[in-house]
Design a protein around this ligand. Structure first.
Ligand SMILES: [Fe+2]
Length: 278
């Protein structure tokens, strides 16, 4: 198949042009896309036009669907597809999901390897998604810090009491289905590209095994301050037709509420099953 893969920064993100995923992909292209995903961490596949079932079919090129915790928030008629929208008001304030850096659903013992978005409505400016490369952030840590965190594990819950922001409460039914906390290494090794990465999520990390809360919080804050430097970043400016898939094992991400909240921002969202972080 005739398409191009172009880096978006030297370290994170690649743009793919010339593919219409609704026409399906051959085996060779499927392998190449999955390789590009492992190598570039964020793929921006331009020019797609998806109905909800077509979005699901495109997602399956990269793996099997992972069920969202917040089951009540799905696209009407499609329980598999969650959505991101700035119309989800809480009293007195619009709620912007993902407003600080995080990795998705790390409270699961086997968290999702990937998340995908496809825009339905975009504001006329703003609303970018920022990613930082946790492989590179790990590589460039001082040797002393690498030694200090080697073998450490963090406890990830649905919403940490130390979270910098609130999450919307789950419905009773969804809350019942949330699994026990995920106990994950601070440094994980990517099963496909073989690189080590920091695995951090201040929204969900409730503690670090064997450390007092104050020390654990200080350590997470220190590692996050290092990781979110601009030099590790790819910032995605959304265009209609962008099918974006990112690797939750390689990057953390955040949304930006820097647009006119009278404009609608609405995207379909899917995740893919991953593996136990090691
Ligand atoms: Fe997210």
């Amino acid at each position: 198949m005739d398409y191009t893969i172009t880096r978006l920064t030297p370290h994170t993100g690649a743009e793919i042009d010339g593919l219409d995923l609704n026409r399906g992909v051959d085996d060779e292209t499927r392998v190449a896309l999955n390789r590009a995903f492992a190598d570039h961490h964020v793929l921006v596949i331009r020019g797609q036009q998806f109905t909800p079932p077509q979005f699901i079919a495109a997602a399956r090129i990269f793996g099997d669907l992972f069920q969202h915790d917040k089951r009540e928030m799905h696209v009407p008629g499609y329980p598999e597809i969650y959505y991101v929208s700035n119309e989800q008001a809480v009293p007195g304030k619009r709620y912007i999901s993902g407003e600080t850096f995080h990795t998705d659903h790390s409270n699961h013992p086997v968290p999702p390897k990937a998340t995908m978005l496809f825009p339905v409505s975009l504001p006329s400016y703003g609303g970018d998604t920022q990613y930082v490369n946790m492989h590179l952030a790990y590589d460039e840590l001082p040797a002393e810090t690498k030694e200090r965190i080697d073998g450490r594990k963090a406890i990830h819950v649905y919403l940490s009491k130390f979270s910098p922001r609130e999450l919307r409460p789950l419905s009773a039914d969804s809350a019942q289905k949330v699994p026990p906390p995920g106990i994950h290494p601070l440094v994980r090794t990517h099963p496909e590209n073989g690189r080590k990465a920091l695995y951090l999520n201040p929204v969900r990390i409730e503690g670090i095994v064997g450390m007092k809360d104050d020390a654990a919080l200080d350590l997470v804050a220190e590692l996050m301050a290092h990781a979110i430097q601009t030099k590790y970043e790819y910032r995605h400016q959304w265009r209609h037709g962008d099918f974006v898939i990112w690797d939750n094992r390689s990057v953390i991400h955040k949304a930006n509420p820097d647009y006119d909240m009278n404009e609608r921002r609405y995207l379909y969202r899917l995740m893919l099953k991953g593996e136990t972080p090691v």
